[in-house]
Design a protein around this ligand. Structure first.
Ligand SMILES: Cc1cc2nc3c(=O)[nH]c(=O)nc-3n(C[C@H](O)[C@H](O)[C@H](O)COP(=O)(O)O)c2cc1C
Ligand code: SF4
Ligand code: SF4
Length: 271
């Protein structure tokens, strides 16, 4: 049986849902396994030994997140001549979100054969630009994503080339509308986390859950280390709504990781 290996980065659960769903579906056709790329591990052997590698990530300003970009650079050698599938999750628009990482992968010699974008529930919790959806609205979004996931898994299973976002128009729109500006400001924003000391009760949830170890206690206060990758996990998980990044107040709160409740039973996930 051919080996299908999925590697994902997920701040608030959407991408984990997508990767898990694909792995579950494809377990009928392939020997499957999946990995969170923020786990401290060496994935070289897993990538080298795979027949198809899936990379899955959320889009930030039409740009793949820093951990996923670093992952592709770190394992560039292992990606050479490897067949790759890309799953990108978004609120509604990225232009060429998947192709943005696809181009880097191709430079490493990868054969990027399948790519798809999945609209998912919003995870921005300290701004009101994009309303966070609830109830029927939310399940409708997940339902549509699942339909797209079913179609995408068929394409991978039956080797039908499919590349969403790889056309020049999507590239121009993604780059000029968002990525160009996002990448310019990205470096300077890595200390953007703000903790409201009046609200914080020192529970440490944010510190334990940060995927890149950006937060620590210093003299009883939560302080950032300038390493933030903008995943919004701490903002969503803080029980006191004490954390903000780009906004100044947590306006929408769905409690974090909301899509878990829509997941099918996990009995066939991974190994
Ligand atoms: C900092 C940031 C920037 C984002 N930029 C975009 C964007 O450009 N386009 C979009 O449609 N969604 C955008 N989103 C929404 C996320 O891509 C989307 O919610 C994603 O599914 C989150 O995945 P996760 O739950 O696996 O972290 C952004 C979210 C964050 C936190
Ligand atoms: S999760 Fe919130 S309340 Fe808990 S330590 Fe972090 S900022 Fe403070
Ligand atoms: S500090 Fe918060 S937003 Fe930044 S990487 Fe850590 S969990 Fe994500």
């Amino acid at each position: 049986m051919k080996k299908f290996r999925a590697f994902y980065f997920s701040g608030t659960g959407n991408t984990k849902f997508v990767a898990t769903y694909l792995v579950r579906k494809l377990s009928v056709f392939f020997d499957v396994d999946m990995f969170d790329i923020t786990q401290k591990a060496d994935f070289a052997a897993e990538i080298s030994g795979a027949d198809i590698v899936l990379v899955a990530f959320p889009i930030y300003g039409s740009s793949p997140p820093i951990p996923m970009r670093n992952f592709v650079h770190r394992y560039g050698k292992e990606f050479y001549a490897k067949t790759v599938a890309i799953a990108e999750t978004q609120y509604f628009f990225s232009g060429d979100g998947s192709a943005s990482l696809g181009r880097t992968l191709r430079k490493k010699g990868a054969i990027v054969k399948y790519a798809e974008h999945f609209n998912m529930p919003n995870n921005i919790a300290d701004g009101s630009v994009f309303k966070v959806k609830n109830g029927d609205e939310l399940s409708g979004i997940v339902h549509n994503a699942v339909r797209r996931l079913d179609a995408f898994s068929q394409k991978i299973a039956f080797d039908k080339k499919f590349l969403r976002g790889f056309d020049p128009v999507s590239h121009a729109v993604g780059y000029f509308c968002q990525r160009k500006w996002w990448r310019k400001g990205e470096k300077g924003k890595r200390s953007a986390v703000k903790v409201d000391r009046q609200k914080c009760v020192g529970c440490g949830i944010c510190i334990k859950s940060c995927p890149v170890g950006n937060l620590k206690f210093e003299n009883g206060q939560v302080v950032p280390s300038g390493n933030c990758v903008f995943c919004y996990r701490c903002v969503n998980l803080c029980p006191k709504r004490a954390i903000t990044l780009f906004g100044s107040e947590v306006k929408n709160s769905y409690g974090g990781l909301p899509v878990g409740e829509f997941l099918p039973p996990p009995d066939k996930f991974g190994k």
